[in-house]
Ligand binder design. Structure first.
Ligand code: 3HC
Length: 314
């Protein structure tokens, strides 16, 4: 038995080394399976919870065009959640189990979605910064070692690019508008900048999973590498908008070819991750309500599927 496991481990390691995809039916170390369930389910939860802050502004969009774009984006996030829950189910966990973990607080979702959306400019800042960060974090995942996750990410990233562009266009419109509109855009940047940097997770030195996730090619770049890439890409965009990034220590370092930036408030990050952010309770309350109010839809869909299966079998 021992030899057999060793042989399977060797095949698994060789596949990872050859950049081959690990498929659901392939043998995999239990820890590999467990960390993928952890990351993919939390990624899916982030997509679904992420619909709430923006959903708050659908009925208050300033024009039909803006309403249509925001509606399309929020619907896309639901689809991203479904791809990811489905990818995660191939690892042997049910949708109900994943939802129970979210509702009970056992599972996390991205800290960023625990902040309030106070003005219309927040829809611009979220698209520009949050989806911009998500793209940087998700593009490497198109090349992650677990097949279903990598394939789900290809379509997600295509749709995220639209999300980021529509957000940046909102910011551009406000910055080219009245002084009051430009002030609203600057206020949104002030509130969303640092929480967007926190999205990439703790510094590599404090990251529980990064080292092993890099070895398994679950992660292709580290938290700090992706955070730096986001800052380097986004600061010039803020310059084009004529907005000031709220970091007095932000300065381009010509030697390194990157921006140096100030210290992130990790106490705030962990407070939010542990459930004490501005909107954590509201977000989980709304998710639980949606799950309970949607029970009849799940029952009807399951009943229809069973009827169809009976018809096919008869
Ligand atoms: N919010 C909440 N928890 C976070 C976090 C964040 N921003 N960053 C890290 N954590 C948690 C981790 O989940 C881990 O806790 P756990 O062991 O209970 O899961 C702990 O902090 C230590 O962090 P690590 O860096 O060691 O954890 P990971 O290796 O999992 O890295 C991650 C964290 C970078 C978020 C990684 O999980 C990842 O890349 N996930 C996939 C992408 C994702 O989930 N993005 C979130 C946003 S999705 C989104 O924005 C949707 C878009 O459409 C708007």
């Amino acid at each position: 038995m021992e030899d057999n496991v060793k042989a399977m481990e060797a095949i698994f390691e060789q596949k990872i080394a050859n950049d081959e995809k690990i498929e659901p039916k392939d043998w995999m170390p239990e820890k590999y399976r467990k960390t993928h369930i952890r990351q993919i389910s939390q990624h899916a939860h982030s997509e679904i919870v992420g619909m709430l802050p923006e959903g708050n502004w659908i009925t208050r969009a300033p024009s039909l065009r803006r309403k249509v774009a925001l509606l399309a984006k929020v619907q896309d996030e639901a689809g991203h959640g479904l791809y990811l829950y489905s990818a995660c189910e191939t690892l042997g966990i049910s949708r109900e189990e994943m939802y129970e973990q979210l509702h009970s607080g056992k599972a996390k979702y991205s800290s960023i979605f625990n902040y309030p959306t106070l003005t219309w400019a927040d829809m611009g800042a979220i698209g520009w910064l949050v989806d911009g960060a998500a793209i940087i974090n998700q593009v490497p995942l198109c090349n992650t070692s677990f097949g279903p996750y990598a394939r789900a990410m290809v379509r997600v990233c295509k749709e995220e690019s639209f999300h980021q562009r529509q957000g940046y266009e909102i910011m551009m419109t406000l910055c080219n508008g009245t002084q009051e509109q430009k002030d609203m855009a600057q206020d949104a940047l002030n509130r969303w900048w640092w929480p967007s940097l926190m999205m990439f997770g703790p510094n590599d030195a404090d990251s529980t999973h990064t080292e092993q996730s890099m070895k398994w090619k679950l992660k292709r770049k580290t938290n700090d590498e992706l955070r730096q890439q986001f800052i380097d890409q986004t600061v010039p965009q803020a310059d084009i908008l004529g907005l000031e990034v709220p970091d007095p220590e932000l300065k381009y370092n010509h030697e390194k070819g990157h921006y140096d930036f100030g210290d992130i408030n990790w106490d705030e990050f962990w407070q939010v991750v542990k459930g004490h952010g501005p909107c954590n309770k509201e977000r989980i309350r709304d998710r639980k309500n949606a799950w309970e109010n949607g029970e009849w839809v799940r029952e009807a869909a399951n009943a229809y599927a069973e009827k169809q299966a009976e018809r096919k079998a008869s």
